[in-house]
Structures are given as structure tokens and as C-alpha cells.
Design a protein around this ligand. Structure first.
Ligand code: AP5
Ligand code: MG
Length: 226
């Protein structure tokens, strides 16, 4: 399956992409995670991107298109993928169309998680993230087993630098101005699956399964890494 996971900041893209990736055995490709890896490595790309990310602005299209093109060339993407957080602009959507056409591939579904703004703000204010594997937790709704450490690799959890309330508000504004319209790019292809994401995580996962026509992946235990 080749899936795009879309939705506002805090809508649950990472949470559900990770679950689907474990269940379907296809890679989860998050542009936010790829950028944070570059920031952590201190590469020129990462240092340049950090300024945009800390403000809650988008990183320039040419950087993002190059990043996805390189990632889709990795062998594990041959068997399918879930791309989380790309495309976010019409330019990125056009570039992805071209990349996939060149590979003789197409998108099977665009999952759009729809969550009210106040709930997204609540989720982001309680989020903690693992800096090693990028897994997200919520201290009330999806807490780690051991207080403030990642279940998968035991790394101490952190708060993302762009989860400050002021930056969250800006990210939500940028999304509604620049990305909400990108969904229309796919509407004509009847691949868009709009999911009401205002429910607990298992129920949202069940709704995604139903929309994709796969059953029971919500109840399978996630594959542990390491
Ligand atoms: P990115 O990392 O993609 O951030 P985002 O889009 O703002 O989305 P988030 O990762 O914050 O939220 P999410 O939807 O993944 O939610 P999560 O599952 O964590 O991008 C970061 C930055 O990188 C961008 O601002 C931009 O600068 C740059 N960038 C990335 N891609 C780009 C591109 N294509 N073009 C240009 N720039 C780009 O869940 C959130 C919280 O809610 C968690 O705590 C989770 O545990 C909890 N939760 C999830 N689901 C539920 C539920 N059903 N009930 C209760 N709690 C829930
Ligand atoms: Mg995410």
C-alpha cells in the first residue's frame, strides 16, 4: 500500500502512521522526523531547517522535495510506504505526482485526520517525544509505561521545541493557509479518506482500518524495535 497521512499539527499523523507501519510492514516516512534527524546530526540542511521549524514555518519546497525523492529511492520503499506530513504545498504535491509517475507508482489512499483545533492544542501541550525514535506519547492519553522514558528504547522523553503554545498557534495558521487546500489536489482521484480523529487512539485506528478496507490491525500488538 502507498498511503499519505495528512492532517493538522497534533491531529495524530505520527501516532497512526507508526501503528499502520507496524501492522502493514511498510515504512513510515515522516518529513518532520527526517528533518529532526538532520537537526540532531547538525548537518547544514538541519541547521538551515531548524530556524524554519522553531518558528513553525515551512521548510522550502526544494529541500523537502529532494528529501522525499532520496527517501523513496531507498529499497524498503519498494514494497509500499506511509508518508506523514508531505506534501504540504501544491508545489510538493505536483513534485510527488511526477516522482511516482516516473516510478510507475500511484497513491492508494490519502488519510485526512480531522480534529477540532482546541483538541489539537490540548494534545500538543501534553505531548512528549522520544528524541531517538521520534515516537510520540501523551502524558494523559497515551503515557509511556515508565514515567518519562520511551517504551521502545528507554530514552528520556522530551518536549518538542515547536510545541510551545505560541508556535503551535502559528503552525495551525500556516497549515490552514497553505496545506488545507492541498487535499483538493487529491479529491478528484477519490482516494481521500476523511477520518473523524476525535476519539481515543484505538477507535481512530479502527476507523482508519475500516476506511482502508483492512480489518483487525488495531488489535495486533505493535512490532517492537531493537
Ligand atoms: P511535523 O513533525 O510533521 O509536525 P506537524 O505536522 O506539526 O505534526 P505533529 O508531528 O506535531 O503532530 P502529529 O499529527 O504527528 O500528531 P501526533 O501523532 O504526534 O513537522 C514539523 C515541522 O517540520 C513543520 O512545522 C515544518 O517546519 C517542517 N516540515 C515537515 N514537513 C514539511 C513539509 N512537507 N514541508 C515543509 N516543511 C515541513 O499526536 C500529537 C499528540 O496527541 C501526541 O501526544 C499523541 O500521543 C496524542 N494523540 C494522538 N492521537 C490521539 C487521540 N486519538 N486521542 C488522544 N491523544 C492523541
Ligand atoms: Mg508528527
Amino acid at each position: 500500500m502507498r498511503l499519505l497521512m495528512a492532517g493538522s499539527p497534533g491531529s495524530g499523523k505520527g501516532t497512526h502512521s507508526r501503528r499502520l507501519s507496524n501492522c502493514l510492514g511498510i515504512p513510515h516516512i515522516s518529513t518532520g522526523d527526517l528533518l529532526r534527524e538532520q537537526v540532531a546530526l547538525g548537518t547544514p540542511l538541519g541547521l538551515n531547517a531548524k530556524a524554519f521549524m522553531d518558528r513553525g514555518d515551512y521548510v522550502p519546497d526544494e529541500v523537502m522535495v529532494g528529501m522525499i525523492k532520496d527517501r523513496l529511492a531507498d529499497p524498503d520503499a519498494d514494497r509500499g510506504f506511509i508518508i506523514d506530513g508531505f506534501p504540504r504545498t501544491v508545489t510538493q504535491a505536483d513534485a510527488l505526482d511526477k516522482m511516482l509517475a516516473d516510478l510507475g507508482q500511484s497513491i492508494d489512499a490519502v488519510i485526512v485526520l480531522e480534529v477540532p483545533v482546541e483538541e489539537m492544542v490540548r494534545r500538543l501541550s501534553g505531548r512528549r517525544t522520544c528524541p531517538t525514535c521520534q515516537r510520540s506519547y501523551h502524558m494523559d492519553d497515551d503515557p509511556p509505561a515508565d514515567d518519562e522514558r520511551c517504551n521502545d528504547d528507554n530514552t528520556p522523553l522530551e518536549r518538542r521545541s515547536d510545541d510551545e503554545p505560541e508556535t503551535v498557534r502559528h503552525r495551525l495558521k500556516v497549515y490552514s493557509e497553505r496545506t488545507a487546500g492541498v487535499i483538493e489536489h487529491y479529491d478528484t482521484d477519490s482516494v481521500v479518506k476523511r477520518i473523524n480523529g476525535e476519539a481515543d487512539i484505538d477507535e481512530v485506528h479502527r476507523r482508519i482500518d475500516e476506511a482502508l478496507g483492512i480489518s483487525g490491525s488495531a488489535v495486533r500488538p505493535p512490532v517492537q524495535s531493537g
